[in-house]
Design a protein around this ligand. Structure first.
Ligand code: NAP
Length: 467
């Protein structure tokens, strides 16, 4: 997968925009100036004053070579990176070069010259640099991005460019927001372990952009994509067909693209079932309680009904009618042995009745998720559960929600959503690649990729309120 390489004058917004766009699309970000400073152990201004420009260009060239060895990364370069042909050769080899064409007059107005040695004596020198370098930037770039209307406008244009480049990927996850998604880290690690060079990336598709995306996906080199919030249900109308599981639960999280046709699948519910299986748990003959009646709850309720659960209680989130609708859907999907299906509200009496004999309780609401202001108003209902109950939260960030903490404090077995996340991703890869995979071996690889991604973090989420 190609890098996105940003070039342009000092102060044209390469670092700020690069970090924000990387965050928006879930890509890694690499800043050659920051790398040069890290390598030298001092600021660029200090390098210039202690060693001079020639030495700085040597270090900058080393940083450009290091950047060029990356894959699927957004790279912000120093303004003078184009002065050496070998820098450009390396960066172009595996990258699409974008010139951020910001008028020098705007740069001069905004610039903090303390960090820009070439402009420290005279900020007006930016005009001279522009005259000397602009032709070169244009000649080096695959695309010139006009940035005369402010950084937010430039950000949107750059996002559009990255989005338009999606046929460069073989697989993707689409959502809004999508920058938080761990899917690129998981799938790329799995592909690398399988010796497959297929690239998987995050593509930001806003509400209203789904139809256009589906049309372009048919004609692109995409071979499949995953679907995350908020599109799991709305994508269905733009697909050619869905498999039975996706049809029954009314949600799609995996789409296979073949010969211009889009086929939808749902691996979420089977992923959770496999995650339970790793702990010796199953739905068959069990009493299953679900908090929430949204997309994930639908898949789980339908799956539990088809797997022979004895009783399924669905507690509505905020809209009671949703639990009733889901109960009817799950009952209709069940095989010959119909489970008892109960739709209830999260009120003390109903919670006591629904939980007192539960084998598994699943939180399928976003309550307690990082970035979500709301949490469960009270968790006193956990006391109704029998000691054998497994308490599961589909949330994996944070790894231990208050819901799980309190359940563990009561001595109950708990599990978060990480195992489900990995299992559904591996099932999606089987659909994408059209063959069975060794899930046990790949599980550790995918889990390690998630830990690495979480440890390394990413660029600031606050930038432009991107996510
Ligand atoms: P969804 O379709 O939006 O459904 C969310 C459910 O939670 C709805 O029933 C909703 O009720 C309820 N809800 C939302 N906000 C609430 C609040 N403030 N108070 C009470 N109830 C509230 O979302 P989803 O796709 O089912 O996802 C649910 C959770 O599962 C999310 O945290 C998601 O990240 C997680 N998930 C994890 C995995 C994994 O691999 N681990 C996979 C899928 C989903 P109303 O509809 O009545 O508002």
């Amino acid at each position: 997968m190609k890098n996105i390489v940003l070039i342009g004058l000092s102060g044209s917004g390469k670092s700020t925009l690069g970090a924000a766009v990387a965050e928006r699309f879930g890509l890694d970000f690499f800043d050659t100036d920051a790398e040069t400073e890290r390598g030298a152990g001092m600021s660029i201004a200090q390098i210039f004053s202690e060693y001079g420009e020639a030495r700085f260009r040597e270090w900058e060239a080393a940083a450009a070579q290091a950047a060029a060895r990356r894959k699927g990364c957004v790279i912000a370069t120093g303004g003078g990176v184009i002065l050496r042909a070998e820098n450009l050769r390396a960066l172009r080899h595996n990258g699409r070069v974008v010139f951020l064409d910001r008028p020098p007059v705007e740069i001069a107005n905004d610039l903090d010259v303390r960090a820009r040695p070439l402009l420290a004596a005279d900020a007006g020198r930016i005009h001279e640099l522009s005259r000397a370098r602009r032709e070169r930037y244009l000649a080096c770039a695959d695309v010139c991005l006009p940035c005369a209307d402010g950084l937010r406008d430039a950000f949107e244009r750059l996002c559009a460019f990255v989005r338009g480049a999606y046929p460069d990927a073989d697989f993707a996850v689409i959502g809004d927001p999508v920058g938080h998604s761990l899917s690129p880290a998981i799938h790329n690690a799995v592909f690398a372990a399988l010796g497959i060079s297929d690239a998987y990336r995050a593509i930001h598709v806003p509400a209203g952009g789904l139809e256009d995306f589906a049309r372009r996906a048919r004609a692109s080199r995409l071979r499949g994509f995953n679907v995350t919030i908020p599109h799991k249900q709305s994508i269905i109308q733009f697909l050619d067909e869905t498999d039975e599981e996706a049809r029954l639960c009314g949600a799609v999280n995996t789409v296979r693209v073949r010969d211009g046709r889009l086929t939808g699948y749902n691996t979420d519910a089977e992923g959770l079932l496999r995650a339970f299986g790793r702990r010796g748990r199953a739905y068959g003959g069990g009493d299953i309680a679900i908090l929430g009646a949204g997309g994930a709850a639908a898949g789980i309720a339908v799956k539990a009904a088809r797997e022979g659960a004895r009783r399924i209680t669905i507690f509505a989130g905020r809209r009671p009618e949703k639990a009733g609708e889901l109960a009817r859907r799950a009952l209709g999907a069940a095989g010959p042995h119909k489970p008892e299906l109960v739709a209830a509200e999260m009120k003390p009496d109903a919670l006591r009745a629904g939980l007192c004999d539960a084998d598994i309780l699943i939180n399928a609401t976003p309550l307690g998720m990082r970035g979500m202001a709301d949490d469960h108003a009270s968790l006193a209902f956990l006391e109704y559960l029998p000691a054998r109950a497994l308490v599961c939260d589909l949330i994996y960030d944070p790894p231990q929600t208050k819901f799980l903490r309190e359940a563990a404090a009561r001595g109950l077995e708990t599990m978060n959503g990480l195992d489900m996340l990995v299992a559904q991703a591996l099932l999606a890869d089987e659909i994408f690649l059209g063959r069975a995979l060794n899930a046990a071996a790949l599980y550790a690889i995918a889990a390690a990729a998630i830990s690495r991604k979480k440890r390394d973090g990413g660029a600031s989420r606050e930038a432009f309120g991107a996510e």
